[in-house]
Design a protein around this ligand. Structure first.
Ligand code: NDP
Length: 608
């Protein structure tokens, strides 16, 4: 066990996680097993830091050369280095095997510039009390850091800043091993994503269960909804002959729909934006043109209706279409799993590399699978499934008119169609916002998302409209207006919360957001603690759930099937909130705890 370098109570310089900034901190403890120092910043923030992120108080006043050596050594970090006994003083540390002269000379210019920056930042930290720490200041410093760093070491810093939010967890938990090597005066970073340390969804057994449970549930729901008496008491519904479940035409239509959407995605219209920085320091680019695609789809649909294409086909073959989508998503998931073995390890999702075939197949191994510039996950998230949902709803609206011999659709059907159309259009209009969601940033692309995006969303979310085709529910205007008001309230909360967070994440210094109270975090990003995000910790989920209720109410209270969506969605969002909370606690540590203390309820005020 290496000796501890700093003693309890000692004032040292502690690195501010996620940045290159060092602040004065007091050592409050040392954990021998994790080899992490507990330190306290002047603002009271307490973190656990790796030894390499703790420097003696006079560290930045030492000669540049010796610091440069220090950095050169730390770059040569490899698993073997952990065997090297550590010295107990900083002087002893500098006495470590000297770096070859030639190497130092070659590396000195960029490194020295970088150290100047550290000194500058360190000085700043002394003149500016940590309690006055502002995200702006750190962002400015971060920008300065970027400017001075030459290309040879840039990758390392970017990776350090963005890839490994180290200080908030143990090395084991980080799930990532960074190995630095020097070769021909260039630094190469070998980034190896270690095995996924934490399993979600009940691990491999849970994943195995869900893979089969979801398709079976969907088939049963569609069969039950199609029954004259759609009661759960009538369970199980009669199962049709297997051969009637399959239709090559339905598969052909689904594939054509997918390809049509892909074609629209490739249209060179719409701006191109950067995604969030990846763990390897890269940023992917995305074209924002989903709303254009939607308008073109609308035009194509109008043309089809003008040419008397009968959209009731959708109702008559809903089960076959759903099964085609299932087969398609299964094939896609197999492809995604196989190709994930041919990509660099730093392109894998941190959560999808458990080593269990079933689990990784379900969660998704590769984070951003792309065929050239075609991003499969981003494409599937919003387009074939979401727009497919609108088309299915429309088909069911025509089916209702046909089945119930109406000249116009029922008020209930109009409400369901309009509410859900608004929801989809909102998602497409705000397409850019999806780039910061958990699905894009955190989850790999595997069966879970492929099935969710392509099958579950279009075929389960249209359940209310499907129900109304065979189970008319006449609404009075006062009831309809009450439901509209409910949906409006839900939408205002949902949109207000999402827009507020997106605007804040895009530009925390936007004068329009100046009224918001925030908590600084160790990563340099702040958490909003007033406005929508001070109401509950997930106001956007609350709004979404209120809307979900408004979508079900037009179906009346005769059966529970149209309420399946809100029941399922509540479970999904409660679970999703727990996942997000877990990620945020790892990311933001103490600051997240402070946020939770100030904003006590997760989704439902005074309830949960
Ligand atoms: P959110 O949009 O809620 O994003 C969560 C992230 O927001 C956190 O990881 C954190 O990331 C950031 N954050 C959390 N609290 C704060 C705060 N106080 N201040 C600033 N940032 C904060 O996540 P989702 O991707 O789950 O949801 C996006 C939308 O999609 C929601 O409206 C949801 O209802 C909807 N949705 C709909 C589904 C459907 O099937 N219809 C399914 C799933 C979601 P960071 O700090 O890194 O920015």
């Amino acid at each position: 066990m290496p000796a501890k370098m700093f003693s309890d109570g000692e004032m040292v310089m502690g690195r501010w996680p996620g940045s290159q900034l060092y602040y004065e901190v007091r050592v409050t403890g040392y954990n021998k097993s994790t080899q992490l120092y507990a330190v306290k910043y002047k603002d009271g923030t307490e973190l656990n830091l790796k030894e390499s992120d703790v420097k003696p108080l006079n560290y930045f006043k030492t000669k540049k050369r010796s610091i440069s050596r220090q950095r050169s050594r730390s770059r040569s970090r490899s698993p073997a280095r952990t065997q090297t006994p550590k010295r107990s003083t900083s002087r002893g540390r500098e006495a470590k095997k000297p770096v070859q002269k030639e190497e130092v000379q070659k590396k000195d210019p960029p490194t020295t510039k970088f150290i100047h920056q550290l000194q500058e930042n360190s000085t700043n930290s002394k003149t500016t009390p940590v309690t006055d720490f502002k995200e702006e200041k750190e962002e400015n410093n971060t920008k300065k850091t970027y400017r001075v760093v030459e290309h040879k070491i840039r990758r390392e810093i970017v990776t350090d800043q963005l890839g490994v939010p180290y200080s908030l967890r143990t090395k084991k938990e980080e799930g990532k091993v960074v190995e630095l090597e020097t070769k021909d005066d260039h630094l190469y970073i070998k980034k190896q994503v270690a095995r996924t340390p934490e399993w979600e969804f009940g691990g491999r057994f849970g994943a195995f269960f869900i893979i089969f449970f979801l398709p079976i549930t969907l088939v049963l729901l569609l069969l039950m909804c199609a029954q004259e008496d759609a009661s759960v008491v009538n369970f199980p519904p009669p199962i049709p002959a297997v051969q009637t479940l399959w239709s090559s035409t339905a598969l052909g239509i689904f594939v054509l729909w997918f390809l049509f959407q892909a074609l629209l995605y490739l249209l060179p219209v719409g701006k191109i934006v950067d995604g969030v920085p990846l763990a390897n320091g890269k940023k992917l680019q995305y074209r924002i043109n989903a709303f254009y695609a939607f308008l073109l789809c609308g035009a194509a649909l109008a043309a089809a209706l003008y040419n008397e294409v009968n959209l009731s086909y959708i109702h008559n073959n809903l089960l076959q279409l759903a099964i085609s989508a299932m087969v398609f998503s299964l094939v896609l998931s197999i492809y995604l799993y196989l190709r994930s073995w041919h990509v660099p390890t730093d392109e894998l999702a941190a959560g999808g590399n458990s080593g269990s075939f079933v689990y990784d197949f379900f969660i998704g191994r590769e984070l951003n699978p792309r065929i050239k510039n075609f991003d499969l996950k981003y494409f599937c998230e919003l387009r074939p499934g979401l727009m497919g949902w609108v088309v299915i709803n429309l088909g069911l609206l025509f089916a209702e008119m046909e089945m119930q011999q109406r000249d116009v659709p029922s008020l209930a059907m109009i409400l369901v169609n309009s509410f859900q159309l608004l929801y989809v259009m909102d998602a497409l209009w705000n397409e850019e916002a999806i780039l910061t969601t958990m699905d894009i940033v955190h989850d790999g692309f595997g069966y879970m998302l492929a099935f969710g995006d392509l099958v579950w969303v279009p075929f389960v979310y249209s359940l209310q409209a499907f129900y109304l085709v065979n189970h008319p529910n006449e609404l009075t205007w006062p009831v309809a207006l009450t439901i509209i008001a409910l949906n409006t309230v839900g939408y205002i909360i949902f949109r207000g919360a999402n827009s507020q967070k997106n605007a804040f994440r895009r530009n925390p210094h936007d004068p329009k957001l100046a009224h918001l109270k925030t908590i600084p975090t160790a990563t340099g990003r702040s958490l909003i603690v007033s406005g929508w995000w001070g109401f509950v910790r997930h106001p956007n989920y609350l709004g979404d759930l209120i809307m979900a209720l408004a979508w079900s109410l037009p179906c009346g209270f005769n059966h529970i099937i149209p309420y399946f969506y809100i029941i399922y969605f509540t479970c999904l969002l409660v679970h999703r909130e727990a996942r997000d909370e877990h990620q945020c606690r790892k990311k933001y540590g103490v600051a997240w705890n402070k946020y939770c203390q100030q904003v006590r309820y997760r989704i439902f005020p005074y309830v949960y």
